[in-house]
Ligand binder design. Structure first.
Ligand code: MN3
Length: 202
């Protein structure tokens, strides 16, 4: 069963002005599509064809670089599209907000730590909010298309929110101003989905 590009549940223009339509279109239909195509080519005829993308990530050290790069790209973008959406932003409620308060020293400190992870990731990569092995929240970042599910990751956990900080995610609208893109991201976070992923990870 080949991997497929997931459909978005919203239009490319619906995240404006925070993320522009042209960036969304190229990011989803070109970049993510290329990861899917290249992943399928990289695993053709191997046992990875029978595995889920999560299973592949968890044992990624067994695979060659094209599977790591494109498999990570497929997992990361598939998650990313679901944790952003139109008319979102604000703050989470319930168990997730309680955990941010108790385990990450509160909303303001969490946002500061996440922004720092996203801003200071040199070159291309991702910032993450994860549930770690002790079922506690943690903030981290990964290079390239790595993610915290991977056995090669410095900080391991189940990612419940991710922010793509590759230049292709923001350059058309923000050019070199990555911090402006990171600030804009908070206006499109789909906290219902992040909360759902949080409770699933517990
Ligand atoms: Mn990307």
């Amino acid at each position: 069963m080949a991997f497929e590009l997931p459909k978005l549940t919203y239009g490319y223009n619906e995240l404006e002005p925070h993320i522009d339509a042209r960036t969304m279109e190229i990011h989803h239909s070109k970049h993510h599509n290329a990861y899917v195509t290249n992943l399928n080519a990289a695993i053709a005829g191997t046992d990875a064809e029978t595995k889920s993308i999560e299973e592949i990530c968890k044992t990624i050290s067994k695979y060659p670089a094209p599977v790591r790069n494109n498999g990570g790209g497929h997992f990361n973008h598939s998650l990313f599209w679901t944790v952003i959406g139109p008319n979102k932003g604000g703050q989470p409620t319930g168990k997730l907000m309680d955990a941010i308060t108790n385990e990450l020293s509160g909303w303001d400190k969490f946002k500061e730590d996440f922004n720092k992870a996203a801003t200071t990731r040199f070159g291309s990569g991702w910032a993450w909010l994860c549930v770690d092995g002790a079922k506690k929240l943690c903030v981290c970042s990964t290079p390239n298309q790595d993610n915290p599910l991977m056995d090669v990751a410095d900080t391991k956990g189940t990612p419940i929110m991710g922010l793509d900080v590759w230049e292709h995610a923001y350059y058309l609208n923000y050019q070199n101003r990555r911090p402006d893109y990171i600030n804009a991201f908070w206006n499109v976070v789909n906290w219902d989905e992040v909360s759902r992923r949080y409770e699933e990870a517990l």
